[in-house]
Design a protein around this ligand. Structure first.
Ligand code: NAP
Length: 326
């Protein structure tokens, strides 16, 4: 996992040219605790399996108890360290996010790694979080903003904490809808998804900057899986022709996709390669598929002003301000 940055050990960037980095290259994670959101399915499940196989104590943060129980069995089957556990978490409900964080706080364990992986895509307009946020912005960004902030004390108990947030190629098409981030006036489902995934990158950049500014060893990095065959492409329960077109688009995307195991490699790389530089962005070599390497991002994701403004907006909407050490 991440190493404390010292003058002698300069943080490394991931390579520009991909070599065949696989889950077998993950270093030994004995003694480390990792929280993975959305760990019952797709990339989150593959991430949890790979981390547990290398000895990490994996906490699978999931919203659906039944799906989580089935996934737990598969993660436990390959675990070489402590038994994995399920942590109930619904990112679309801030009360649930608080309960999950409180549960971990009581146990007083350090969290070495947080993988903000859970996500929803292109849901219908009616999909809203408990607080009334757009489901995509609320789950993919605001829920993870809140969770990370509430877990900050536990992360800072670890010697070299790392936060990995899973973005998407869709972030290239993203802009933050500053006037209406929760899409109350006009709703464009794919733009809403792209906004949430750009927000993942802006969040990573600002978290990494703030962690450094406060003199902590925490680093924040991002990854994207290219196109990976998962349940994400089945999440548009809506009627009518727009839904049918959307379903066709999604089927076409799945046909081009790589496996969920391959798709999980960039986030596993971002989570475990020692000495990775803060705010690195890792994706598949050919963007939609391939082995992990450093990758490019939407230029808007480099804007400090936007990152700061998004942070302030997230603070206001969630009511959660990060408590950094003095
Ligand atoms: N697959 C791709 O090609 C692709 C491409 C780009 C980016 N991504 C990103 O990869 C990440 C993982 O997605 P995936 O492809 O693995 O899809 P997936 O198989 O649908 O997994 C998504 C996970 O997120 C969980 N989740 C959704 N809403 C949640 C909530 N409110 N609270 C807690 N958990 C919640 C889901 O739980 P349930 O099972 O209960 O629904 C599921 O475990 C997402 O952030 C997605 O945007 C995927």
């Amino acid at each position: 996992m991440a190493q404390v940055h010292t003058a002698a050990a300069k943080p490394a960037n991931p390579p520009l040219i991909a070599r065949r980095w696989t889950a077998a290259d993950i270093p030994d994670l004995s003694g480390k605790t990792a929280v993975v959101t959305g760990a019952n399915s797709g990339l989150g499940l593959r991430t949890a399996e790979a981390l547990a196989a290398k000895g990490a104590h994996v906490l699978m943060a999931c919203r659906n108890e039944i799906k989580a129980a089935a996934a737990l069995e598969s993660v436990a089957a390959g675990a070489t360290g402590p038994k994995p556990e399920v942590l109930p978490l619904d990112l679309a409900d801030l009360a649930s996010v608080r309960r999950a964080a409180d549960h971990l706080d009581v146990r007083d364990v350090p969290i070495d790694l947080l993988v903000n992986n859970a996500g929803v895509m292109a849901l219908p307009r009616s999909a809203r979080t408990a607080e009334g946020f757009d489901a995509q912005f609320g789950t993919n960004h605001l829920g993870h903003y809140a969770l990370t902030g509430l877990l900050l004390p536990a992360l800072l108990r670890a010697p070299a904490p790392r936060v990995v947030t899973v973005s998407s190629i869709a972030a290239w098409g993203g802009v933050i809808n500053w006037l209406d981030p929760n899409w109350r006036v006009v709703y464009l489902r794919w733009l809403a998804y792209s906004q949430s995934k750009l927000a993942n990158l802006l969040f990573t950049a600002e978290l990494d900057r703030r962690a450094r500014a406060h003199g902590t060893p925490l680093i924040a990095v991002a990854a994207h899986p290219g196109l990976s065959a998962t349940n994400l492409y089945e999440s548009t329960p809506e009627q009518g022709w727009t839904a049918r077109i959307s379903a066709l688009q999604q089927r076409a995307l799945v046909a081009l996709a790589q496996s969920d195991r391959m798709g999980a490699l960039p986030q596993l790389y971002a989570a475990t390669v020692p000495g990775l530089a803060g705010n690195s962005y890792v994706g598949p070599a050919l963007e939609t598929l391939g082995y992990p390497r450093r990758t490019l991002r939407n230029p808007l994701a480099y804007s400090r002003a936007q990152a700061r403004a998004l942070w302030r907006m997230s603070e206001k909407l969630t009511g959660i301000a990060y408590e950094w050490p003095a």
